[in-house]
Design a protein around this ligand. Structure first.
Ligand SMILES: Nc1ncnc2c1ncn2[C@@H]1O[C@H](COP(=O)(O)OP(=O)(O)OP(=O)(O)O)[C@@H](O)[C@H]1O
Length: 222
């Protein structure tokens, strides 16, 4: 088990009052598994992904990442845990417009303070894994949506994280790119990573090893 959320609640405090976005939530993530998270708009999917990604803390309950409870970690320790253990893939790719494909991929390695030669080798390896080596010098705007998402996947995997979290990774893609991106994500799970993919798209069910559904902040195992 690489990530475990136990009896977790998330209550948002806003000017409109308190809102419980997740209730007594139990979720496990395992190495080698692609976990699909489905549910209607506003049900709590992004909140769950943000918890698993150590972007927010549960209001109650326990989050364990790679055997470590996160409750008492400082913001700096959480940031380090994220950088070294978790990769993120978003709907809108979130690539830096001024950097080439390889510049975007090497960015997290520079944050980790690795040496030049290692950064070069690992960036090349990640580009190769997503079949984008020939496009490495291009800027994001010179790539299709599917190609940009594959660069974003390469950026997520270049630090060799144990966990990869994807928020609607196919929502901005055409049918052919959806297939390529999901095949890529499934390949990553097969290579031993733990993946969680949030989606509205029922067509992605066939790529999942396991599916959970959220309704009004409550998780059901399907
Ligand atoms: N920072 C916040 N403060 C207050 N309420 C919030 C906050 N973030 C989310 N919520 C509320 O929590 C609920 C769950 O939100 P969340 O973004 O997790 O849903 P979702 O399932 O990802 O929705 P969608 O599919 O539309 O992206 C929603 O009702 C939302 O309005």
């Amino acid at each position: 088990m690489i990530a475990r959320l136990m009896n977790a609640n998330k209550v948002y405090d806003s000017p409109a009052g308190k809102f419980t976005a997740l209730q007594t939530c139990q979720v496990d993530m395992h190495a080698g598994e692609l976990l699909l998270i489905i549910g209607p708009s506003g049900s709590g999917k992004t909140t769950l992904l943000s918890l698993l990604g150590c972007l927010i803390n549960p209001t109650e309950g326990i989050l364990e990442i790679d055997g470590r409870q996160t409750n008492h970690l400082s913001a700096k320790e959480m940031a380090k845990l994220r950088l070294n253990t978790i990769g993120f893939v978003f709907q809108q790719f979130n690539l830096l417009a001024a950097l080439s494909a390889e510049g975007n991929i090497s960015f997290p390695l520079q944050m980790q303070g690795l040496g030049k030669a290692e950064i070069k080798a690992r960036t090349r390896d990640a580009l190769d894994k997503v079949n984008m080596l020939e496009h490495r010098k291009k800027l994001p705007k010179q790539l299709s949506g599917g190609q940009q998402q594959r660069i974003a996947i390469a950026r997520a995997l270049v630090t060799d994280p144990k966990i990869i979290l994807c928020d609607e990774p196919t929502a901005s893609l055409d049918k052919e790119s959806v297939y390529l991106v999901m095949e890529e994500l499934r390949f990553l799970a097969r290579s031993g990573k733990a993946l969680a993919v949030v989606t509205h798209d029922p067509r992605l069910a066939k790529y999942a090893d396991r599916t959970i559904e959220i309704n009004n902040g409550k998780v059901t195992q399907l």
